[in-house]
Design a protein around this ligand. Structure first.
Ligand SMILES: [Zn+2]
Length: 82
């Protein structure tokens, strides 16, 4: 199983949240909630799709403050609150 990330805009807001996609064999499954758990809009506009964690970090820097800070923290693995 491999994990990829997508950056998805929460509809009717300017917030961008990160969703995990797991790949098992040929099939991708997108998580129901963002990695910060505060967005469940996984059908919004995708800013990027199925990137690895390094690529995701770089791309999120380009989007800057529009990206949810809690999602970013989760991506860096220093988010303690579950
Ligand atoms: Zn978020």
């Amino acid at each position: 199983m491999t994990i990829y990330y997508s950056l998805i805009e929460k509809r009717n807001t300017n917030e961008l949240h990160i969703f995990e996609q797991t790949k098992i064999k040929k099939f991708y499954t997108i998580s129901e909630k963002s990695i910060c758990k505060s967005s469940s809009d996984n059908n919004g506009q995708k800013k990027f799709n199925r990137k690895n964690d390094d690529e995701t970090r770089e791309l999120c820097v380009e989007y800057g403050r529009q990206v949810c800070g809690r999602c970013i923290s989760n991506l860096y693995g220093n988010f303690d609150d579950d």
